[in-house]
Design a protein around this ligand. Structure first.
Ligand code: ADP
Ligand code: MG
Length: 565
């Protein structure tokens, strides 16, 4: 500690590069400071530090680490507390560039496995980014002293050293309850559970906070289940959605898309107070939408599209600029390749000609002039041959009545089970379907030529996430803005790290298939944590969160000019 103070005095007023000399470890009275990386310039990306708080200064309850989920939830909670405390300390330190900036990768509404905080048996580690203080481009040692000796201890005092035990115990209980609900869902073959009184709508299109004064969710009586979960006297009740084909209908503005969005997000768990903390979906559920303009590389879309007028081969379909229907077909096939077991589809974001083809149109444009086999003709095969369920919002056509296992109608934000009624209507108004294809068909397991990503990287081998929606890979950009189940920038950063690792560092001989890569990444995270792509495991892994395999595969699939065989 004294040593750091001395050092700062020595380098005060000197050229900014002098900060490199404080990289290393220092002992404070109740934590260890590790300066893993000192920035070379006050305007460059910030410096990275770790604060390690040994057990003797902050007791670590064995209960916190009893299950993997508990550990994740405690770490997530500590990250939230530090984030709050950091926010309050922002104004203490002054100077040019990023001087005095302090940041932790702060969570949003979702509880994810993240690297900002690590809670282990004997220590808590917090990863921060800081802007080392400068006057112009010279070191401001006095402000740096304030940052290290006032701001950091104060942040710890207001977060780690003042954790609320009751709050923590609520968080452990929620973790156990989520485990129990997920277990129950597996046992009962439910692809979703939505507790009564959940709040599904968000306060705005750009906010993930609950909408105030909204109408709480209430299960249709036909779908209502209730069962016991730990830490609760009353059983929990709500709507269970069984495997199979579920159709959501209802008038415009009655809450259909809101329900589907809650299901999309239910692949993750949410914090208490979010309104969706008891809304859980099959973790392998993937939102499928049209995404015209995206690139597609050698995807077998032939189950949906054949005999294109330009003669392209739809078994290894490649384009730089997909149409609505081809992009949606590719999104389905890629999701299946990555292991999706549920597909979530909303009419609002679908290509109509991919979803349906009504009788009149079938008469006018005969089958052999139409390359598309609409989803309505494939959805049963998905269920019966591949055991893949579908939840589909469709307010504008009754074509799915015949094949849906259940039909849910949203009426003023309340769901009703109208399966019987829809069946009767279908029976009274039969539709002539064109001949069905014999079976669903297949996706092709594709192999990534690593070199083709490496080539994209350029000489500096730079891969960088830009917010949630973009990854720069050399001079190329991967556009993820329509990949709706990425929920945080930190997931995108992790995906960027994985891509670079895949192209350059992975100790793997030869080329793997996309699925093999996804499995490889999952194994590495399991064994080494999110820092597995890093050269030095000890160093600051800082601002990463775990993405699902589907979002990793989405990024690989959207890299233009990637070479795949
Ligand atoms: P649809 O897809 O049926 O047209 P949306 O799901 O888009 O309808 O919902 C329409 C509007 O109603 C949205 O602004 C949404 O925020 C709001 N909304 C949805 N569910 C509720 C609810 N339970 N309580 C209050 N408002 C809601
Ligand atoms: Mg809608």
């Amino acid at each position: 500690m004294k040593y750091l103070k001395q050092k700062l005095k020595q380098i005060d007023g000197k050229s900014y590069k002098g900060y490199k000399g404080i990289q290393g470890s220092f002992q404070f009275s109740n934590f260890d400071l590790h300066i893993d990386y000192a920035q070379g310039d006050p305007f460059a990306s910030p410096s990275k530090i770790r604060l390690v708080i040994p057990k003797r200064y902050q007791s670590i309850d064995e209960e916190w680490l009893k299950t993997p989920r508990r550990q994740t939830y405690v770490e997530d909670h500590v990250a939230r507390r530090v984030h709050k405390a950091v926010f309050k300390e922002q104004t203490i330190v002054k100077g040019s560039g990023k001087s005095g900036m302090i940041a932790i990768d702060g969570p949003d509404q979702t509880i994810l496995k993240r690297s900002a905080v690590k809670v282990e048996k004997d220590a808590v580690t917090v990863c921060l980014s800081i802007g080392l203080p400068a006057n112009g481009r010279r070191i401001n040692g006095r402000e740096a002293e304030k940052l290290f000796f006032e701001a950091l201890p104060s942040i710890l005092k207001h977060s780690i050293f003042s954790l609320n035990q009751d709050h923590l115990s609520d968080i452990l209980q929620l973790a156990d309850q989520h485990d129990a609900i997920r277990r129950k869902m597996k046992e009962e073959d439910w692809i979703a559970f939505i507790a009564n009184d959940s709040i599904l709508p968000r306060s705005s299109g750009i906010s993930s906070k609950p909408l105030q004064n909204s109408i709480p969710f209430k299960s249709p009586k036909e779908n209502e289940v209730s069962f016991n979960i730990p830490h609760r006297d009353e059983p929990i009740a709500g709507m269970a959605i069984k495997k199979g084909i579920t159709l959501i209908v209802g008038g415009g503005f009655h809450g259909k898309s809101t329900l589907l969005e809650a299901l999309e997000q239910g692949v993750y768990e949410h914090i208490a107070g979010d309104g969706r903390e008891y809304v859980l979906t099959d973790p392998d559920a993937v939102k499928i939408r049209a995404e015209d303009g995206r690139s597609i590389t050698k995807v077998n879309i032939s189950p949906f599209i054949n005999d294109l007028p330009n003669g392209s081969d739809t078994k290894t379909f490649t384009t730089e600029n997909a149409s609505g229907s081809t992009s949606q077909a590719a999104n389905v096939m890629e999701a299946l390749e990555a292991g999706a077991t549920t597909l979530l589809i909303d009419e609002d974001t679908s290509a109509t000609n991919f979803m349906i083809r009504d009788e009149r149109m079938q008469q006018l444009v005969v089958k052999d002039k139409e390359p598309i086999t609409p989803f309505v003709q494939k959805v049963k095969q998905l269920r019966d041959e591949l055991d893949v369920s579908t939840v589909l919002v469709m307010g504008g056509s009754g074509d799915y009545f015949d094949i849906a296992d259940q039909v849910i109608m949203m009426d003023q934000y309340i769901p009703f089970n109208v399966t019987e009624k829809a069946r009767n209507i279908a029976d009274d108004n039969p539709v002539e379907w064109p001949e069905e294809p014999e079976n669903f068909g297949q996706w092709t397991d594709r192999t990534v030529i690593r070199e083709s990503i490496e080539k994209r990287l350029g000489p500096k081998a730079k891969v960088q996430a830009k917010g949630k929606h973009h990854i720069m890979i050399g001079k190329n950009t991967i556009d993820l803005s329509l990949v709706e189940q990425i929920v945080e920038d930190s997931q995108t950063r992790m995906i960027a790290n994985m891509l670079k690792y895949m192209a350059v560092y992975a100790p793997v001989n030869g080329d793997l298939t996309i699925t093999e890569w996804l499995e490889y990444f999952e194994r590495e995270i399991e064994q080494k944590g999110l820092s597995f792509t890093q050269k030095d495991q000890e160093q600051h892994p800082g601002d990463l969160a775990e993405p699902r395999r589907f979002e990793v595969s989405a990024a690989i699939n959207r890299l233009r000019q990637i070479n795949i065989k």
